[in-house]
Write a protein that binds this ligand. Structure first.
Ligand SMILES: Nc1ncnc2c1ncn2[C@@H]1O[C@H](COP(=O)(O)OP(=O)(O)OP(=O)(O)O)[C@@H](O)[C@H]1O
Ligand SMILES: [Mg+2]
Length: 257
């Protein structure tokens, strides 16, 4: 199962990614959690408190694999670098969850494709096409840069939205984009829902106007942001924890159909 989680800034992508990763683990799956968000706080949300160096900052690794020195644009480099050992060597582990932190690649001038981008893309492709573990990608809003091989091999792409009129527009845009890049299974999780009324109103508008199936709703809960402050993951038996467990069950059930 390969799941990509996307959505606008601050909607709860990292919270959902980390909680789903923990639920898969709790149910005896091996999980690869990939932090592909420039903010890079998935480690913290998983309760990993080691100091983390993102792959994009490992200049020596990038040079060793691509044959090009970082920052030397225009140099010739390998477009098919070796990536199959990177998970074992450079991931952070917590129980049966392995975390890979991608980091951001600074864009070079003149529209060049830099070695770090090639390496990370190749790694992502390897993870979604060659590994047996559950892969959960915590991503920034833009998904167009992933490459078709990755998006076509993702089993489920979740768009996280907050219940607001604006998020309807975001979802519509992502729906079109997903279609363009070969994502077939797109679903929505509505996070930070304040009450039942909000849920009902949003559900109706969303189903009518956007037409992306809703995978589940997660309540607004102060415990979630409190956990952020102290760097500890939420209790899986809390209300949002149980709501995400319902989402997890739904994912498993539809996968097995
Ligand atoms: N259900 C919720 N109830 C209360 N607070 C929440 C909930 N979900 C997320 N939050 C809070 O909202 C903030 C953003 O959450 P999170 O970091 O998961 O979002 P994100 O989409 O990954 O953001 P970014 O785009 O910055 O990476 C955090 O402070 C988090 O604690
Ligand atoms: Mg995030």
């Amino acid at each position: 199962m390969k799941i990509a989680i996307t959505g606008k800034g601050g909607v709860g992508k990292t919270f959902l990614s980390a909680t789903l990763a923990r639920l898969f683990e709790k149910n005896n799956y091996k999980v690869i959690a990939v932090d592909a968000d420039p903010d890079m706080n998935l480690g913290c949300a998983l309760g990993i408190d080691e100091e983390i160096t993102p792959l994009s900052k490992m200049d020596d690794l990038i040079e060793e694999r691509t044959g090009a020195r970082v920052g030397e644009y225009g140099s010739v480099f390998k477009i098919n670098p070796k990536v199959d050992d990177i998970l074992d060597k450079y991931s952070y582990t917590k129980g049966n969850i392995s975390l890979l932190v991608m980091g951001t690649v600074e864009k070079g001038g003149g529209g060049c494709v830099c070695p770090a981008t090639v390496l990370l893309r190749r790694l992502l492709k390897h993870l979604v096409t060659k590994r047996d573990e559950v892969v959960i990608l915590d991503m920034e809003a833009g998904i167009e840069h992933l490459g078709r091989k990755v998006t076509e091999n993702v089993d489920l792409m979740i768009v996280v939205v907050e219940p607001s009129k604006k998020s309807i527009l975001t979802a519509e845009r992502i729906k079109k984009l997903a279609n363009d890049i070969g994502v077939t299974n797109l679903k929505v999780v509505v996070n930070k829902v304040k009450n039942k009324e909000e849920k009902e109103i949003f559900k109706e508008i969303f189903e009518k106007e956007v037409g992306i199936p809703i995978l589940g709703f997660v309540s607004y809960n102060d415990e979630v942001s409190k956990c952020d402050l102290v760097g500890k993951p939420i209790d899986l038996s809390s209300k949002p924890g149980r709501e995400i467990e319902d989402i997890f069950k739904h994912i498993i059930e539809t996968k097995n159909k």
